[in-house]
Design a protein around this ligand. Structure first.
Ligand code: MN
Ligand code: MN
Length: 307
């Protein structure tokens, strides 16, 4: 059990920087929601999002996650991606921004068909209700209970093996998980710090599985013996990303061909240099919706940086 911490872990400057990252993330999320249209390639939407983040003075904290229908998370367009947004796609737009390592993580779901509006409303309302009850010291399990109750009141299920998380500088998941259901085994409370809250609702079984496909990677170790070609790629990623997630699009101008990029990534995975984030798919092939905000708990205040 975690003993709550009395000393201040965030400085005023830290809080200002988290708010700055949050403002960019909020703005780009809203722009992306308006920009997404049926017939648009996912690749174009991802590039729009990542370019806008940079234009506004941020850097993507992770590649834009654009996950359609039963794909719950961790899909970013590959280099030769030809997937297109359809009229009845349920599209999760999950955006990460960092400014000097200060991270904001936010998501919204869009669909152009009214059929999935209740499913989308379930996760949107779950997040809103959590924001209403948030206070310093709130139990993580209470957040999960509010999420579960809200989503179930719409006749859907929360995804139990996806969760919110604590955030630290240059760390998107810094160790603590915020459940999306009333998990009585979770005993910690939210003290001063930064957290992402992200309810997922589904009409499936309420669990995700890992696909064999992965489109997102990060460096986990740089001690391995590498060829000159491999070292060039690792050095480039380490300089620009450190251990933050990246995707094959990031290597477009560094390595000649798509095949070349994929073969180097495969080698780096096999050598244990890269951590792999598999695409996450709903186990019952249910449709998935998600909303997410980043919050800062600072003294007696709760600041929703991405709202
Ligand atoms: Mn996210
Ligand atoms: Mn998150």
């Amino acid at each position: 059990m975690l003993v709550s911490c009395l000393k201040s872990v965030l400085s005023e400057e830290d809080v200002r920087m988290y708010i700055r990252a949050g403002e960019i993330a909020k703005r780009v999320r809203e722009e992306a929601v308006r920009y997404a249209k049926p017939g648009m390639k996912l690749l174009d939407l991802a590039e729009f999002i990542e370019n806008r983040i940079r234009e506004l003075g941020g850097e993507p904290a992770f590649p834009a996650n654009l996950s359609i229908n039963s794909i719950a998370a961790h899909y970013t367009p590959v280099l030769d991606d030809d997937s297109v947004i359809l009229e009845d796609s349920v599209l999760k737009i999950d955006i990460g921004v960092h400014v000097d390592g200060y991270i904001a993580d936010t998501a919204a779901t869009v669909s152009f068909s009214p059929v999935y509006e209740p499913l989308i409303e379930a996760s949107r309302n779950a997040l809103e209700r959590v924001i209403e009850v948030l206070r310093p010291g709130i139990k993580a399990s209470e957040i999960g209970r509010v999420i579960e109750e809200t989503i179930k009141s719409y006749g859907f299920k929360p995804i139990r093996n996806l969760s919110g998380h604590s955030i630290d500088r240059y760390m998107i998941h810094s160790g603590y998980s915020i459940p999306n259901y009333g998990d009585r085994w979770v005993r910690w409370s939210l003290s001063e710090g930064v957290y992402a809250i992200e309810p997922f609702a589904t009409n499936g079984v309420g669990l995700v599985r890992e696909d064999i496909v992965a489109t997102i990677f990060s460096i986990k170790s740089i001690k391995q013996r590498l060829s000159i070609r491999e070292k060039k790629v690792v050095d480039y990623i380490w300089r620009s990303r450190r251990s933050l997630p990246f995707c094959e699009r990031r290597l477009k101008n560094l390595v000649g061909s798509v095949e070349g990029i994929r073969s180097i990534l495969r080698i780096l995975i096999n050598k244990g240099v890269l951590h792999v984030y598999p695409v996450l798919i709903e186990k019952g092939n249910g449709i998935v919706s998600q909303f997410e905000h980043t919050i800062v708990i600072y003294g007696r205040d709760v600041i929703v940086t991405t709202k």
